[in-house]
Design a protein. Structure first.
Length: 177
């Protein structure tokens, strides 16, 4: 049985980018990384580090279904979302996603950062600018979109790796007690 397995869902590559950094930063030989498919095993590692992209305030359905299959595992989450940087919003997403982890698993925490969105989203916001009632909201959305364009970046990767190392460290320390 593997010690660590990184399983991630990524539509446009942001979460995959973080997943690779986490894999490389995990100081452990017994590890694997896999993009989530219908055939991904949920029983071949002690600790699952599960990555998701945010879909309407939660994770996408493939991640939800995968999390629900886990049993007796240590589970760490990481994700990317379009809106941010806003810890309160990230916390809400975490609350939504962690509820899919079965009670017999040990939840270790969640790391979230912004991830860029497709240019078609910006084009929609730009069309909204013409509507006086929506102009102010559109401006805010465009500002957020442009900020997200630069994420995930190297700093996000460093933060994600450090979060995973710390969480794994705490887990190992408490197991030894
Ligand atoms: C259908 C859809 C729904 C989304 N819903 C949200 C959302 O509710 N909140 C948010 O912050 N970002 C949302 N996003 C943005 C993505 O979560 C974000 O760009 C993420 O980094 C994509 O990750 P990926 O490149 O790994 O697929 C949504 C994107 C799509 C395509």
């Amino acid at each position: 049985m593997l010690k660590y397995k990184i399983v991630y869902s990524s539509r446009t590559g942001n979460t995959g980018f973080l997943a690779t950094a986490i894999y490389q930063g995990l100081l452990e030989r017994s590890k694997d990384i896999e993009e989530l498919t219908g055939n991904t095993r949920w029983d071949d590692a002690q600790t699952y580090i599960v990555g998701f992209w945010t879909d309407r305030g939660s994770c996408s359905s493939d991640t939800k279904e995968f999390l629900q299959k886990l049993s007796g595992k240590n589970v760490l989450l990481f994700g990317t979302c379009g809106f941010g940087p806003d810890q309160e919003y990230y916390h809400k997403i975490e609350e939504q996603v962690k509820q899919f982890i079965p009670a017999d698993c040990r939840y270790l925490g969640c790391f979230i950062c912004q991830g860029k969105m497709p240019m078609t989203v910006r084009e929609k916001y730009q069309l909204m600018l013409a509507d006086k009632k929506k102009k102010s909201l559109a401006e805010k959305m465009i500002h957020n979109f442009d900020r997200a364009l630069l994420h995930p970046n190297q700093k996000d990767c460093v933060n994600a790796v450090s979060f995973v190392r710390q969480s794994v460290g705490h887990m190992l320390a408490s197991t030894l007690v």
